[in-house]
Design a protein. Structure first.
Length: 112
């Protein structure tokens, strides 16, 4: 997409399966860094990735060539595998199906 300019800022929110409090403080920072890496590797701009025990907020600058649903699918799938491969939870970790997505203007970035 030569000569394409966009400012698409999206906050994505998704939860642990069953809203369980599984994202432990000791290692969730590693998961957030891993998610940011996935986003970067997809050619998108991770602005902030954060969350608490039962859900995650991802704020991203999205390029128009990337479908939001594809990005979320990849972040959720790969981060689930990362958590499971590190045996940070008993049993199998997974994210709840679905997500929320909210758009913001450039002037709102600092307040998000």
């Amino acid at each position: 997409m030569a000569n394409t300019y966009s400012q698409i800022y999206i906050q994505i929110v998704f939860a642990v399966q069953g809203r369980q409090n599984l994202l432990q403080k000791e290692w969730r920072g590693e998961v957030f860094k891993y998610m940011a890496g996935i986003i970067k590797n997809k050619g998108q701009k991770p602005i902030i990735v954060n969350g608490v025990e039962d859900h995650v907020h991802v704020f991203v600058g999205l390029k128009p060539a990337m479908a939001l649903s594809d990005l979320v699918r990849d972040v959720k799938n790969n981060s689930s595998n990362f958590i499971n491969d590190n045996y940070w939870v008993k049993g199998k970790f997974s994210w709840q199906e679905g997500y929320g997505a909210f758009s913001y203007g450039h002037s709102q970035i600092e307040s998000v």
